[in-house]
Design a binder for this molecule. Structure first.
Ligand code: MIC
Ligand code: SF4
Length: 643
């Protein structure tokens, strides 16, 4: 039987396990990346492992999320990351160099290799034919130390792209169409491969826009073939030697296939508050808007920026609209400046931000009260923009630019013929903001600088023999990590200070949760389906651990979050019958007799509601390795015990 592209890469990197869908497999990781909002924790954990030098082919630390620096905290964390990476063999991408995924695509990603990143949008590298996966910081730390990365062997989905995009229809519309067809749970347990004759019509940055939003599908990864277009991109980046051709075998087998006809595609928008709530822009036309934000790791390439600049040239942004533009990298930013397109953007009234995540993670540029904000980003979760009642729509750069000028939702295809964008055949290469680590023999010369905001990481405990506690919080379906551990300007500075961070835990859903959890010594959380979707932030497990959460029961879990829960010793269990969810209410007294024994070896446990006498069967869908980790109280204890 033939293999898919992903199966070929997995086969080449398989350390343990059998490549049977649903089995746990271990992979060798060639490259890692971190960003600053998750990086501090990842490097603290790497240091705790006591390994001198990274063992990967390449590891890079980016500074792109916490760049607002309203106090000393972020700057201190940046300095910590800069010094710890210098010592241990990791490259450091200085603030100002750009968003991790965009820079990694430009400068480091390689077809056929594996990459894990402490950021859920790491599958962006799939645009170049690399197997990129989002992971918790602890998993990245383990991989940096040469350890195996474990995933469940995914099923394979194929999206056939036919035809060619029409004028003013972008790569963003392709992934929004995929999200419309599959939904935010549609990719769970799967790798999505893009195929068909339409592939060759898309540039690498366009492909990366599509694989970037793999995270929104809940998939393990997404990948494109590596072909002549890939080769041309690598050549333009001055690294044609990194090219290898990659395609699936003609007789490769997929678990499901979907089709997107590029030529029939219309501009689309993901409506509040979910990336799969997709409608045609034409159905929203005329809706007044107050803000447009262009950028993020999804849509900040040179091609995106040139498209927007051509549309804004000689025009003025509507007086009711505030437009922000964040180019994705220093490479993009300098090229825009040199070709004059930056001037077109500035003249039109765009507010140019530094090349960083910025408004995407709520770092400034929050919309006005109940404001309608059109963003070329990948997430429109409730309150993520920093304004609780804002209405955020995810759109293409083409729709964003057309609407910014008109002051209302505008279908760009109504503008007629699109301007022709001349893409440069070579990019401006200058890696002067990538700092190299010192040589191994000089590592003792580097002093790692730690600011006062860095507080100890909580460590889990072995599960109790019997679990007896309160249902401390009950939440619904599709709870995101932004609900569990919000981001934004007020919270992000504390990413290395768990006690302080705990004051914000779940406050999007329930303002009193942190106080209640503290007063009652924690308990159990009950969630709906796809619990923990969204980001890779392990803080969504670390902080509940700090607040005393022992277990999370849900209808189903998102991949990265469930791995993070296990890493920190919180037991994830699913309801055997999802309808049993109704038998439990917040505040109920719960009991699981033989809890530790269930974690040790049972596939089922009985959750008893002592308040109303009801009960529910729970499933413990755990590998032997995960059970051992939970019994040890998490990965750090487990690793220590193994030494
Ligand atoms: C996000 O887009 O939500 C983030 C911020 O990039 C996160 C990582 C984090 O929370 O630091 C992600 O996607 O993993
Ligand atoms: Fe940054 Fe936004 Fe991309 Fe996350 S999704 S890495 S916050 S740009």
């Amino acid at each position: 039987m033939g293999l898919t592209i992903a199966q070929k890469i997995i086969k080449n990197h398989l350390v343990c396990g059998e490549m049977i869908t649903g089995n746990e497999i271990g992979l060798r990781i060639d490259q890692t990346l971190t960003q600053d909002a998750t990086g501090t924790m990842a490097y603290l954990q790497f240091e705790a492992m006591g390994i001198d030098r990274v063992k990967t082919e390449l590891s890079v630390a980016y500074i792109d999320h916490n760049t607002l620096q309203a106090g000393f905290e972020n700057a201190d964390d940046h300095r910590y990351i800069q010094t710890v990476t210098k010592k241990h063999g990791i490259r450091f991408s200085r603030p100002g160099n750009g968003i991790c995924h965009q820079v990694h695509l430009e400068r480091f990603s390689k077809p056929g290799k594996t990459l894990i990143g402490s950021d859920s949008h790491t599958p962006t590298a799939g645009g170049i034919g690399m197997l990129g996966m989002g992971a918790g910081g602890l998993d990245v730390a383990v991989a940096m130390g040469g350890g195996t990365y474990y995933i469940t062997m995914p099923k394979m989905l194929k999206v056939n792209l036919v035809g060619k995009l029409s004028d003013y229809v972008g790569a963003k519309d392709v992934i929004l169409e995929v999200l419309r067809q599959l939904g935010v749970k549609g990719g769970v347990g799967a790798i999505v491969e893009y195929a068909g004759e339409g592939v060759k019509t898309l540039s690498v940055p366009q492909r990366a826009t599509i694989t970037n939003m793999d995270a929104e599908l809940g998939a393990t990864s997404s990948i494109f073939p590596s072909d002549d277009v890939t080769k041309a991109f690598l050549a333009a980046e001055g690294r044609v030697e990194d090219f290898v051709e990659l395609s699936s075998d003609p007789d490769a087998v997929y678990d499901a296939e979907y089709t997107v006809d590029l030529s029939k595609l219309q501009p689309l928008a993901a409506c509040p508050h979910s990336p799969d709530n997709v409608k045609p822009v034409s159905a929203l036309s005329g809706m007044k808007i107050s803000q447009v934000c262009i950028g993020s790791c999804t849509n900040s390439s040179m091609q995106d920026m040139l498209t927007v600049a051509a549309m804004l040239k000689g025009k003025t942004v509507h007086p009711d609209v505030s437009l922000s533009i964040s180019p994705g990298s220093k490479q993009v930013y300098t090229m825009l400046a040199e070709c004059g397109a930056l001037a077109d953007l500035i003249n039109a009234g765009a507010r140019i931000l530094e090349c960083a995540c910025g408004p995407c993670i709520g770092m400034g540029f929050s919309p006005k009260s109940a404001g309608v904000s059109l963003r070329t980003f990948n997430r429109n979760f409730l309150a993520r923009s920093g304004t609780a009642d804002a209405q955020v729509y995810l759109v293409s750069p083409e729709t964003a630019a057309a609407s910014a000028i008109a002051g209302e939702f505008t279908d760009p295809t109504t503008l007629g013929v699109a301007p022709i964008i001349e893409m440069p055949t070579s990019f401006k290469i200058n890696d002067n903001l990538i700092e190299m680590p010192v040589a191994a023999e000089e590592m003792e010369t580097v002093t790692v600088e730690r600011g006062p905001n860095i507080k100890p990481i909580p460590v889990g405990k072995a599960p109790a023999k019997d679990l007896s506690c309160e249902l401390i919080l009950k939440v619904g379906d599709d709870i995101t990590t932004d609900h569990i551990m919000p981001a934004g300007t007020k919270v992000l500075p504390y990413r290395s200070n768990v006690p302080k961070l705990s004051e914000f835990c779940f406050t999007v859903c329930d303002k009193d949760f942190p106080e209640r959890a503290k007063a009652k010594g924690g308990g159990v959380i009950l969630g709906g389906s796809n619990y923990g979707q969204g980001s890779s932030r392990e803080h969504a497990a670390l902080v509940p651990l700090y607040l005393g959460i022992k277990a999370v029961v849900a209808k189903s879990f998102a991949r990265i979050h469930v791995a993070n829960l296990i890493n920190f010793g919180i037991v994830p269990m699913t309801l055997a019958n999802p309808d049993d969810y109704e038998k439990f209410s917040e505040g109920d007294a719960l009991e699981i007799a033989g809890f530790a024994a269930a974690v040790k070896g049972e596939t089922e446990a009985l959750l008893v509601n002592k308040t109303n006498g009801a009960s529910a069967k729970l499933c413990l869908n755990l590998s032997a390795r995960q059970r051992e980790m939970l019994l040890a109280g998490g990965c750090l204890n487990y690793t220590k015990n193994q030494k």
